[in-house]
Design a protein around this ligand. Structure first.
Ligand code: ADP
Ligand code: MG
Length: 348
């Protein structure tokens, strides 16, 4: 087989970890990113800086790669679709278009007879009346949200009307789930209907940003199996190739809901780097590059803590780590509040 060069769009920490995994498999990576300081340039073979609609830069990138993948879902569909005419894009652009849009994503999941939280589309001012059924709720922009950005908790209709919404954007109001727990499933689907699936990961958020992840999740057998079944069904329906994450809510009555789908490697799966024989990143590279599928083996239980904003500083000043602790610095130049700067995984 000729040498594969993997193109990755997006140069954040996920791009970095994909590049590190590819290197281990002797696959060269070219990263294309619209941030000149993107941390992944420290780990890839070549880094191309340019806007995601810069045709010249995109063609420079495409000339160098054999396959294209991406580390975040908010790349314009048109861009991915154009690229796909020249070099294969995996996961395919139509998957990305569906999942970029919270309403389309939730409709898709419900059509599979999988439970989501109740939701309603808000497109104009008059839609705000008579929404009591969905309160208390969370108002979200239908596109471009991440780490809780673009979200507002809503207790009453007055909260909604006083928000001064910009109706050039679409919104979705979701009923608040009384959360007992959140879990996620990371699954890698290979081209031939085959899967590698990681065990459910239990996640804790602070200010809507992931803070802790751990395996095993403290859940019963029913939820353990149902979450894996639902994630598999979603991956199969999408004819997905690569690593996918499904985020779930569990309510106080032990009902399981799909919260959202991430068509990419995911923060909650960072612990797979140390806790499994093959990480979510390596599996993604294996699947999109058509390499051999290797059965997953769990090596250890684990927990991961995200280092957000200033929390990285202590660790950068070389705190002593134990043998079972693994510290990752994303090498972001600027420390910003609420910005994911690094993480620590502990094998337990
Ligand atoms: P993002 O795209 O920012 O990850 P999410 O929809 O996953 O957005 O929301 C982030 C977090 O906010 C969730 O993991 C959960 O903790 C909380 N949250 C979001 N929607 C709801 C909801 N409908 N009910 C309860 N908690 C929610
Ligand atoms: Mg989320």
């Amino acid at each position: 087989m000729s040498q594969i060069t993997l193109g990755i769009i997006g140069g954040g920490q996920l791009g970095s970890m994909l590049a590190i995994a590819a290197k281990k498999l002797n696959i060269e990576t070219i990263i294309f990113c619209d941030d000149a300081e993107a941390p992944a340039q420290n780990f890839c073979n070549k880094f191309i800086f340019g806007d995601y609609n810069n045709k010249e830069k995109i063609s420079e990138f495409l000339n160098l790669v054999s396959i294209v993948t991406y580390e975040f879902e908010n790349i314009p569909f048109e861009t991915l679709n154009e690229i796909n005419k020249l070099k294969p894009v995996l996961p395919k652009p139509s998957v990305n278009r569906l999942i970029q849009h919270r309403l389309a994503e939730k409709d898709f999941v419900n059509n599979l007879n999988i439970r989501t939280t109740r939701y309603v589309s808000i497109e104009k001012k008059s839609d705000i009346e008579a929404l009591e059924d969905f309160l208390p709720g969370i108002l979200k922009t239908t596109t471009l949200g991440y780490d809780g950005k673009g979200q507002h908790p809503i207790k009453s209709i007055e909260d909604l009307s006083s928000l001064n919404l910009d109706f050039s954007k679409g919104y979705i109001l979701e009923k608040l789930v009384k959360l007992k727990k959140e879990i996620s499933i990371i699954i890698t689907r290979f081209n031939n209907h085959k899967y590698e699936i990681y065990e459910p990961i239990e996640n804790t958020h602070e200010d809507q940003i992931l803070k802790h992840s751990k395996i095993p999740a403290e859940i019963g057998e029913k939820i353990f199996n149902q979450s894996k079944e639902w994630a598999t069904l979603i991956a199969e329906e999408l004819k997905y190739v690569g690593t996918l994450c499904v985020e779930f809510f569990i309510d106080r009555n032990d009902n399981l809901y799909v919260n959202e789908i991430a068509p990419r490697v995911h923060n909650s799966g960072h612990l797979t780097i140390n806790a499994y024989n093959i990480s979510q990143f390596e599996n993604h590279v294996r699947a999109v590059c058509g390499l051999e599928q290797v059965s997953l083996k769990k090596l250890s239980n684990a927990k991961m803590i995200n280092l957000i904003g200033n929390q990285i500083s202590n660790y950068r000043n070389s705190i002593k780590l134990n043998d079972n602790e693994f510290f990752f610095d994303y090498l972001k130049k600027e420390i910003k509040e609420k910005r994911k700067m690094g993480h620590i995984t502990t094998l337990v």
